[in-house]
Design a binder for this molecule. Structure first.
Ligand SMILES: NC(=O)c1cnc(OC2CCCC2)nc1N
Length: 339
């Protein structure tokens, strides 16, 4: 009857209001690292949504904050074929190799030595490459890089990572968009995880990268949900039913507007000398960063130039990872992982 219909309207209104609030607070806490409400308020709203959904399951949608953690473990991971291969990176290890990279690009583009190339610069996060597929703004699939052509479907696990939006924010995003980036475990979370493991007499992880890999390989998403993982985007894959900006750095800023975490050290610089200054600067503060990096990724910023440069086999001619000298590591007894 009429007032039953109106009370259902109220429920539907309250559910979408709770979605909006919980997504906003989650984004402030995990992406902006700048919460505006105490955890207790977040938890109260979350519980309210849980109970409304329990009373009215028809209001449960895949982008609901309550749907991040699936409740049943998989028996195995499906294989995913990437529509666009996930590329690998060539490395350079010293300044002369890096200058040769810049020279080669200028030669290929037919530009003189006096002209300079604009480079996007990003710390090379030491985690696991992952691609996220969004359709109509909703996260529909997550996959590991695998061999670059095929990876594993880890959708249920990536959904548990708070800095991965279940629904894109704002508007203007393409109908179909693939966002690629790195899933990594910050140093604090890694140390805490190993403390707990040690105290429980369980196996510990050798490094944050292994910890992130082991966490993404859990068949039970409830276990992945317990691991302190973050996702930082660094490139795009398929784009259908829309477009992206003309340069890499502009794309990353667009991703930020759609709710993704971008690396706050990322920069756009003019020419090789500014790249080297950026490299020295980040190398100097490497140990103070909240996450492990093993170099800097430099990319020709303009997509029209990237297109002209293309790739050699699977690695682009327009990008290179300038690695840091290996850090002397204490030898660790064994490389083991949580079951
Ligand atoms: N581990 C990283 O942080 C990282 C890795 N790869 C890339 O870019 C590759 C991807 C496609 C060609 C260049 N950027 C990064 N920041």
């Amino acid at each position: 009857d009429a007032n039953e219909a109106s009370s259902m309207m109220d429920v539907s209104k309250r559910v979408s209001e709770l979605h909006h609030l919980l997504h906003k607070y989650n984004h402030q806490y995990y992406v902006l690292d700048d919460p505006s409400v105490p955890d207790s308020e977040y938890d109260a709203l979350f519980q309210e949504l849980k109970s409304l959904e329990a009373e009215h399951p028809e209001f449960i949608t895949p982008d609901s904050p309550t749907q991040r953690v699936g409740d049943k473990p998989l028996s195995a991971f499906e294989t995913v074929t990437h529509e666009l291969p996930m590329l690998s990176l060539d490395n350079v290890f010293d300044e002369s190799e890096f200058r040769a990279f810049d020279q080669r690009i200028k030669k290929m583009l037919g530009i003189t030595d006096s002209e300079i190339i604009e480079y996007a610069c990003e710390p090379k996060l030491d985690g696991i490459a992952v691609s996220l597929l969004y359709e109509n703004g909703l996260l529909v699939r997550g996959a590991t890089r695998g061999d670059g052509t095929q990876g594993e479907d880890i959708t249920l696990n990536v959904r548990t990572i708070p800095s991965i939006p279940l629904k894109l924010e704002g508007e203007g995003y393409p109908q179909r968009l693939e966002v690629r980036g790195e899933v990594y475990m910050p140093k604090k979370g890694f140390n805490r995880l190993n403390e707990i493991a040690k105290a429980a007499g369980e196996k510990t992880f050798v490094n944050p990268r292994n910890a992130a890999a082991g966490s993404l390989r859990q068949l039970d998403p409830k276990l992945t949900a317990k691991r302190p993982l973050e996702f930082c985007c660094y490139s795009a894959g398929v784009v259908e039913g829309g477009s992206l900006p003309e340069s890499h750095y502009a794309v990353l800023n667009q991703f930020k507007a759609w709710g993704f975490l971008t690396n706050k050290e990322m920069a756009c610089v003019q020419g090789i000398d500014e790249c080297l200054a950026y490299y020295q600067n980040l190398h100097a503060k490497r140990d103070d960063l909240a996450y492990e990096i093993d170099g800097i990724v430099f990319k020709v910023n303009r997509f029209d130039l990237q297109k002209r440069l293309g790739f050699v086999s699977r690695a682009p001619r327009w990008a290179v990872a300038h690695k840091f000298p290996a850090q002397e590591k204490i030898t660790v007894l064994q490389d083991v992982e949580f079951q």
